[in-house]
Design a protein around this ligand. Structure first.
Ligand SMILES: C[S@@+](CC[C@H](N)C(=O)[O-])C[C@H]1O[C@@H](n2cnc3c(N)ncnc32)[C@H](O)[C@@H]1O
Length: 263
């Protein structure tokens, strides 16, 4: 059960926080980084909110792309603690860390900005085990984006892509159970050095998300919803043969959209 928070997998993130960023070195992690860079584009001077931002892997990427400030909000104290520890002084003052459940309205005490130029939700939508929790996350995306502001988020696209059984791209999938409107599962990645137990963390994805429906984007005020083309990642262009099974049934999608209004 998700328990008191809207987070599926919180215990796993708390346990594996120190090794979590190893996922970034897998082919899937490299693809993700390159697609995100393409989707985020120039972030010069932007104020960014990173919902479910974990250890700040993507917050640091946003800063490298020019963001002036990133607020990372995450429910796992360990992910935040490790993130702060791993974030070198070159990012000092540009990343702030906040502990909260982003499936619930965000408390004023968190000292977040009222609105942001860019809101990210990378993988966190795949920790929502119920429609109410997923909608709570989308409500925060919509509420915290300024009119015309941009949304970028990674989500599961096809939990049952066949290659997810053997981990060709660095991450494996094992179904746990079907839930109303979706599925709960374990995603697993191996320690690249091969000397530790694989990391297993629980996830939950709802069909309203992985089907590609834009219903919730629209409901919470977003428009111009697009999926970042996979060819925009160098790693895919360089080895289309290796990526063919992925391109036939992509596991993930980097989604970008815009908040209605503005210029
Ligand atoms: C797969 S990790 C992704 C972390 C980061 N976005 C990235 O791409 O590297 C998912 C993160 O979402 C966080 N999370 C899950 N459910 C959450 C919730 N309801 N509220 C806040 N954070 C949540 C987890 O603690 C974890 O850090």
């Amino acid at each position: 059960m998700a328990g008191a928070t809207g987070s599926v997998g919180k215990e796993g993130y708390d346990t594996h926080a120190a090794t979590y960023e190893k996922i970034a070195t897998t082919p899937s992690g490299i693809l993700e980084e390159q697609l995100l860079a393409s989707a985020m584009g120039d972030c010069t001077g932007l104020a960014v909110l990173d919902l479910g931002g974990g250890t700040g892997l993507r917050a640091r990427q946003a800063v490298k792309l020019g963001a002036s400030h990133v607020d990372v909000v995450d429910v796992s104290p360990e992910m935040l603690r490790i993130g702060q520890q791993q974030t070198s002084s070159e990012y000092d003052g540009r990343i702030a860390w906040h502990e909260a459940d982003v499936s619930k309205p965000l408390d004023d005490k968190l000292q977040l900005r009222k609105t942001y130029d860019l809101v990210m939700a990378n993988w966190v939508l795949d920790s929502a085990g119920s429609l109410a929790d997923l909608e709570g996350m989308w409500a925060n995306v919509g509420a915290r984006l300024r009119p015309g502001g941009r949304y970028v988020g990674i989500r599961v696209n096809d939990p049952w892509a066949p290659y997810m059984a053997d981990g060709r791209y660095g991450v494996r999938f094992r179904e746990k159970e079907r839930i109303p409107g979706g599925v709960r599962y374990w995603y697993i990645f191996d320690d690249p050095a091969g000397n530790k137990e694989p990391v297993e963390i629980e996830g939950a994805s709802l069909e309203i998300s992985y089907s590609g429906s834009t219903e919730l984007h629209t409901k919470y005020g977003l428009c111009d919803v697009e999926i970042e083309p996979f060819e925009n990642a160098k790693i895919v262009r360089e080895d289309p043969e290796f990526w063919k099974p992925f391109l036939d049934r992509p596991l993930l999608a980097v989604v970008k959209a815009r908040k209605q209004g503005g210029e």
